[in-house]
Write a protein that binds this ligand. Structure first.
Ligand SMILES: NC(=O)c1ccc[n+]([C@@H]2O[C@H](COP(=O)([O-])OP(=O)(O)OC[C@H]3O[C@@H](n4cnc5c(N)ncnc54)[C@H](O)[C@@H]3O)[C@@H](O)[C@H]2O)c1
Length: 273
């Protein structure tokens, strides 16, 4: 991997470049957009003209991301949000409506992921509390966030919900079964929610990223773990947040209006189906 790839994993394009205006006037909530790949989704949706809401547990990072975006002329709002808390999610929906008047897009990106150790966690050594926390954020959080925006989307008779799974749920992994199980749940969640919300003109789709270099300043072991992902891909390089934003923007846009219940694997050709 080149030095440049390691330096700026968040940036999907020149910050001031307008990619397209297909999301002009749309209102997009991205959970967990204060760091990592979620931050890149927010930047891309804003670059395509959406008003973006950074719904992030880490209030300072959420505010920083919103300030960066407004600083380059985008429309962004930070709302401190805990996706495990229904009241916090009601507040997220309410603040979005107060500021922008509608909710068109929800990206269920928040998850416990980068904070779990890279070292092996065999299934019988995982603490029960850690299992429960993983499910509360990664699975229940997506359900509660969808529940918070659905009434508005139903009234509008339109909306796009994009869930984030992981390639590891399709391939299996020899470690971290709680994370993999939570991401497998998102596949079934996507299909069922798509069937329930389809009659209201709401699309529900899923993106399954591969092993992605989402850390801003990765240490050497993280970097070698991320780079190792290149070995079993058809496209032999490290995956970056910039590789994922196009898929999310597509599912957020009218270009995917007749696609629902689908999972798009974005991993450079590691898992093929
Ligand atoms: N990086 C990868 O290799 C990879 C691979 C496949 C899937 N994914 C998925 O992509 C998404 C983003 O991954 P990432 O690498 O950027 O992870 P990350 O840990 O950098 O980002 C997760 C974000 O969610 C936030 N968050 C955590 N708990 C929250 C809560 N209760 N309420 C609101 N926000 C909360 C965190 O503060 C953080 O900003 C996750 O859903 C992850 O499972 C990542």
């Amino acid at each position: 991997m080149s030095q440049t790839e390691a330096e700026s994993p968040q940036t999907s394009q020149n910050a001031n470049e307008i990619i397209s205006t297909r999301l002009k006037g749309k209102v997009a909530i991205i959970t967990g957009a204060g760091h990592g790949i979620g931050q890149a989704y927010a930047a891309r949706l804003a670059a395509e003209g959406a008003h973006v809401v950074i719904a992030e547990l880490d209030e300072k990072s959420g505010n920083d991301v919103a300030a960066q975006l407004t600083g380059i002329g985008r429309s962004a709002l930070a709302v401190a949000t805990n996706v495990t808390d229904p009241k916090s999610l009601e507040n997220m929906a309410q603040k979005t409506l107060e500021s922008f008047g509608r909710i068109d897009i929800l990206v269920n990106n928040a998850a416990i992921f980068s904070t779990i150790p890279m070292s092996r966690s065999p299934f019988d050594e995982i603490e029960i509390e850690e299992w429960d926390a993983m499910m509360a954020v990664n699975v229940k959080g997506a359900w509660l966030a969808s529940r918070a925006v659905a009434p508005t989307m139903k009234t509008q008779m339109s909306g796009k919900i994009i869930n984030i799974s992981s390639g590891t749920a399709l391939k299996g992994s020899a470690s971290r079964i709680h994370y993999v199980t939570s991401k497998a749940a998102i596949l079934g969640f996507t299909r069922t929610l798509a069937r329930e919300l389809g009659p209201f003109g709401i699309n529900v789709n899923c993106v399954a990223p591969g092993n992605t270099l989402s850390e801003v300043n990765p240490d050497s072991s993280t970097l070698s773990f991320r780079n190792a992902g290149a070995n079993d891909r058809a496209l032999k390089r490290t995956e970056k947040p910039a590789d994922l934003v196009g898929a999310v923007a597509f599912f957020a846009s009218p270009d995917s209006d007749f696609i629902t219940g689908q999972t798009l694997v974005v991993d450079g050709g590691s898992f093929m189906h």
